[in-house]
Design a protein around this ligand. Structure first.
Ligand code: ATP
Ligand code: MG
Length: 480
């Protein structure tokens, strides 16, 4: 009954039944068949197991069966033919092999469990095992694995535990290995952490034992096919119409912009949305560790930096990409995240004719973003008096947009600040818009509104000259 995807009789290494030493978890016919033994019956708890306990047992049993079947599949499937197999063929094949093995072992499953099992086996063979369900779930933003038995997901800005688990650490490691080997990397004891990109574009990071103490740690930022646009962000309350109008003028008139924020605060999303205001005629070059940005313009050159390989060779750093980008006649340069020595070239680019450049930075507010820039310059080994360093920053950066994930999980642009120059040794700045918190609803949702600070933009004249005559009342404070 097995078709072309099954190994030929001679190629089949071992018939399913022929395994001499069953794994401790393997479900054998003897275990699953009704057991008339009195002793066995007496050992059962007097009280029926609670539904949760029952569900856990059911899952454990399914996991055991799956493991067993997975081995059978690997033994039986002609892996070389898998690449060319259509999805329907492969599903049918898996389903029939599963049915045969279940029958051989005398395991009876209801229709729903059988369908789940076939899907999970398909995911194991073709995809990323237990992670597949979460990757397919569009409501999930982040997937965070803390060892094989605990997977958290982020939905609507809130973390929750999922009911998906791996069988054991070996299973988890196998999936990690599948992911990293697909991009030509390796992860093991001597090389215990790795960044990669999944086939669907999701950002992937893994750290394995012994550095990860309780089992491998995996973090996945899911790739959104449809990145949130400006209109979506306004609709979600991430910023106001007035702020959107201001930002449009700022991007179109080529101000240099830094989006600052904490981890997962929406920096990349904001950067991507801001890029939509760039004129379609401009040549844009993007540099990222993992290509996440999705620019709508037609003239875009995308670069992805590369860490060194196992032998420590072949690194192409963000700085290398940036230096090269400057020779590629860009109108704008967008650096996904500035976190190291590339800061020097970024500031230089912003100061020398590549205005309109944008990047993101990990910082908690505008002042903090400036200190981070100063630190990065110092760490890059550039010896420069503080004042000179600051005046370079002040003349390079025009605007800092602060993104934040608030305690209720909502992501908001809590402040837009302009850099206005230097006063003595200090960089002067003025906040133009901010999010004003006013309270909490009974279910802990933050209440607040966006407001101007009453300070008019320093770039008003520039905006007007470029045809963006913003009404002065957008800067007025809003009282509610
Ligand atoms: N305003 C928003 N409303 C709802 N979801 C949002 C909003 N902004 C961002 N998100 C979602 O939040 C997640 C994190 O966003 P994003 O990748 O932009 O954050 P980040 O600050 O760049 O994170 P990291 O520090 O990890 O690079 C994404 O899944 C994104 O789709
Ligand atoms: Mg990001």
């Amino acid at each position: 009954m097995f078709s072309r995807y099954k190994k030929s009789a001679t190629a089949t290494a071992k018939p399913v039944k022929a395994r001499e030493t069953p794994e401790p978890h393997a479900v054998s016919r003897a275990e699953t068949a009704p057991k008339p033994s009195l002793r066995r019956q007496a050992a059962k708890p007097a009280v029926a197991p609670r539904p949760i306990e029952k569900e856990r047992k059911r899952k454990e049993r399914m996991a055991d069966i799956k493991l067993d079947l997975h081995r059978s599949l690997l033994d039986n499937l002609n892996l070389a033919a898998l690449d060319t197999a259509t999805e329907a063929d492969l599903r049918a094949e898996i389903s029939s092999i599963a049915a045969e093995v279940l029958e051989e072992k005398g395991i009876v499953l209801n229709r729903e469990d059988r369908a789940t099992l076939t899907q999970e086996l398909y995911d194991e063979v073709k995809g990323l095992g237990p992670l597949e369900t979460l990757l397919k779930d569009d409501t999930v933003n982040d997937i965070l694995v803390n060892g094989p038995h605990q997977i958290f997901v982020e939905r609507d800005g809130k973390l929750e535990i999922s009911d998906v688990t791996f069988k054991d650490e070996k299973h988890l490691l196998r999936i990690i290995d599948k992911i990293v080997s697909a991009v030509g990397r390796r992860v093991d004891e001597s090389n215990p952490y790795v960044d990669a990109r999944l086939a669907d574009g999701s950002r992937f990071n893994a750290m394995v034992p012994p550095i990860a103490v309780d089992g491998s740690l995996v973090s996945i930022r899911k790739f959104k096919k449809d990145k949130l646009g400006i209109d979506d962000l306004v609709r979600f309350g991430a910023f106001s119409e007035e702020m959107a109008a201001y930002l449009e003028a700022a991007v179109a008139t080529r101000l240099n912009i830094i989006v600052s924020g904490g981890t997962g605060s929406g920096k990349t999303t904001t950067l991507n949305a801001l890029s939509s205001f760039i004129d379609n005629a401009e040549r844009i070059l993007t540099i990222e560790d993992t290509a996440e940005l999705q620019l709508q313009q037609s003239h875009v050159g995308r670069m992805e930096s590369r860490p060194p390989n196992v032998e420590g060779k072949g690194e192409v750093s963000p700085r290398d990409c940036l230096k090269n980008a400057l020779r590629m006649r860009p109108d704008r340069i967008i650096v996904g995240e500035t976190r190291g020595e590339e800061v020097i070239d970024m500031l230089q680019a912003m100061n020398t004719g590549h205005d309109g450049s944008m990047t993101t930075i990990h910082a908690n507010n505008a002042r903090d973003a400036i200190s981070r820039l100063e630190n990065m310059i110092a760490m890059a080994g550039i010896e420069m008096p503080l004042k000179a360093m600051r005046s370079q920053i002040a003349s390079a950066v025009n605007l800092i947009v602060q993104a934040s994930r608030l305690q209720d999980g909502s992501r908001r642009m809590i402040s837009i600040t302009e850099i206005t120059g230097m006063e003595g040794d200090v960089i002067s700045m003025q906040e133009i818009f901010r999010f004003q918190r006013t309270g909490l609803t009974p279910d802990n949702k933050i209440i607040g509104h966006y407001t101007g600070t009453g300070v008019r933009s320093n770039f008003t004249e520039r905006f007007r000259l470029w045809g963006y005559d913003l009404p002065p009342d957008i800067y007025e404070p809003v009282t509610r």
